[in-house]
Ligand binder design. Structure first.
Ligand code: GLN
Length: 494
């Protein structure tokens, strides 16, 4: 049951083979068993969770169930959920109880889904290993000595360890896809504006997007059906007609179901810096796509090499502005001892933020300062346009772009913790799509030295349905996405 798809779970619930309370309890008991060693969750509240499960059972009995009714999901702790502690992985918000629901949370609630708990994450979603969390690192379920990736590390570990049916995440530069690659599951970052950011704690507002983290493309499509949609409370939410993202998933017919599909391989994504084991898995996956009938086309994204430097000007600039709201006055951490108002601001911020967040605030205020604005911020915005234009050109030649998601498999905890640049390079293949606002996905494509490797798919604007269909086709002929780690928890003395 823990490895069942969302569709299977939905059918079991509909046929009353299992109740939502039983299903929820199954996951809660796994969480009780494994979370003490994995640390995927920051907040659990069994009473709240089971109240939702009971309500879902009533709804199912009344014949009013939707596809996700009664299914338990883990929610990244970046989403405000009314009455739940909502920390964003920071000491700054360790005492914050959200007074309202984020759009994403209210969409899951309206669908009758069950909230299993709030998952661990890098502080304010800044990181690629979950090591910047105030609540401690998260173990990669495939190897407890290794990181799960980040910033959505808790959701990633929870999905990989089957502590939930699926989870939500957010992706500003790669935080859904890189952990999906490192933990071996399917993650999707939608087109910017497709999922409302209302109530999602802001990091870099022009890049942040929420998306599903699940076992398969099919599961992601069912979640996206619930998450996507116009919301007037987010001024960047796109007002488009609702789509059914599951609509194309049945197209596997004949032995060349992807005939006519043009897959672009950017040469920059297969150059220096890519681990040989990862490259091999990605090449094998592309060979599989060829077998399915796709045509492979060499393309170039010449400005993509600038995406890391551009991102590390723009994201900190936006973060420094977004994080100015944490002043110890209205909510969040306030220093106990201070002399006057300015001292209270300074001490509260000095105590509440961790080192990586402070680094970003310093960089951000620097690049926005009057004397340097033109040289850094403005220049970065101009290059951002060039990076987006590369994709416009590329999509004239191909329908979808593929490559590695991350340059390596999961690395050891502590290995990159003292080297910010090495850590930043984890997102070398994912950040360009955030800068361009394009959708991207990572799907499990195999293993290198026993560790999962993801294949990245990058689509054109609003091409989520087709991207999911293409991912689904691969998942019909491979079984990487249903592989589960064998969890070995350390013996605990009774
Ligand atoms: N790793 C990147 C960073 O540290 C991206 C994080 C994210 O997508 N939230 O900013």
């Amino acid at each position: 049951m823990i490895n069942s798809s969302l569709k299977q779970l939905s059918q079991m619930l509909a046929k009353k083979e299992i109740s939502s309370v039983e299903l929820t309890q199954t996951f809660l008991s796994r969480i009780n068993q494994f979370n003490p060693s994995i640390n995927a969750f920051i907040t659990l509240d069994e009473a709240k969770t089971l109240t939702q499960a009971k309500a879902a059972d009533v709804r199912i009995a009344a014949g009013k169930a939707e596809a996700l009714t009664g299914i338990p999901f883990a929610q990244k702790d970046i989403f405000c959920a009314k009455g739940w502690q909502t920390t964003c992985g920071s000491k700054m918000l360790a005492n914050f109880i959200a007074p309202y629901d984020a759009h994403v949370i209210s969409q899951f609630d309206a669908a009758g889904a069950v909230n299993l708990g709030k998952t661990n994450m890098d502080e304010f979603a800044m990181g690629s290993s979950n090591e910047t969390s105030y609540f401690g690192g998260v173990k990669n379920p495939w190897d407890f000595e290794r990181v799960p990736g980040g910033s959505s590390g808790g959701s990633a570990a929870a999905v990989a360890a089957r502590l939930c049916a699926a989870a939500t995440g957010t992706d500003t530069g790669g935080s859904i896809r890189q952990p999906a690659s490192l933990c071996g599951f399917t993650g999707l970052k939608p087109t910017y504006g497709l999922v409302s950011r209302y109530g999602m704690i802001a990091f870099a507002s022009s890049l942040d997007q929420a998306g599903p983290m699940a076992k398969s493309a099919e599961d992601c499509s069912m979640m996206l059906n619930v998450m996507a949609g116009f919301d007037e409370r987010d001024s960047t939410s796109l007002n488009r007609p609702k789509e059914d993202y599951t609509r194309g998933l049945v197209s596997m017919q004949g032995d060349k179901p992807l005939k006519g599909l043009r897959i672009g391989l950017p040469k920059e994504y297969f150059a220096e810096g890519l681990d040989a084991g990862v490259a091999k898995v990605v090449q094998d996956a592309i060979a599989e796509y060829k077998k399915l009938g796709a045509e492979i086309i060499d393309i170039s994204l010449p400005n993509s090499k600038l995406s890391i430097p551009v991102y590390y000007v723009l994201a900190p600039a936006e973060a420094s502005s977004n994080l100015s709201r944490y002043d110890g006055v209205r909510y969040g951490h306030r220093a106990e001892k201070y002399t006057d108002l300015m001292d209270m601001y300074c001490k509260s911020r000095a105590e509440g933020f961790g080192a990586e967040v402070k680094r970003r605030i310093l960089i951000g205020t620097y690049v926005l300062s009057a004397g340097y604005y033109d040289a850094y911020y403005l220049k970065a915005q101009q290059i951002r346009r060039l990076i987006a234009d590369d994709f416009v050109q590329a999509f004239k030649k191909c329908d979808i772009i593929m490559g590695p998601t991350a340059p390596s498999t999961a690395f050891k905890a502590g290995e990159k913790a003292d080297d910010p640049v090495a850590m930043y390079l984890q997102d070398v293949y994912t950040i360009a799509t955030n800068l361009a606002g394009l959708p991207g996905m990572s799907i499990p494509a195999g293993f290198s030295n026993g560790l999962p490797v993801g294949l990245q798919l990058m689509g054109n604007y609003f091409d989520e349905a087709r991207m999911l269909d293409i991912a689904h086709a691969y998942q019909q002929v491979t079984d990487w996405h249903v592989r589960m780690p064998e969890l070995k928890i350390p013996e605990v003395a009774a």
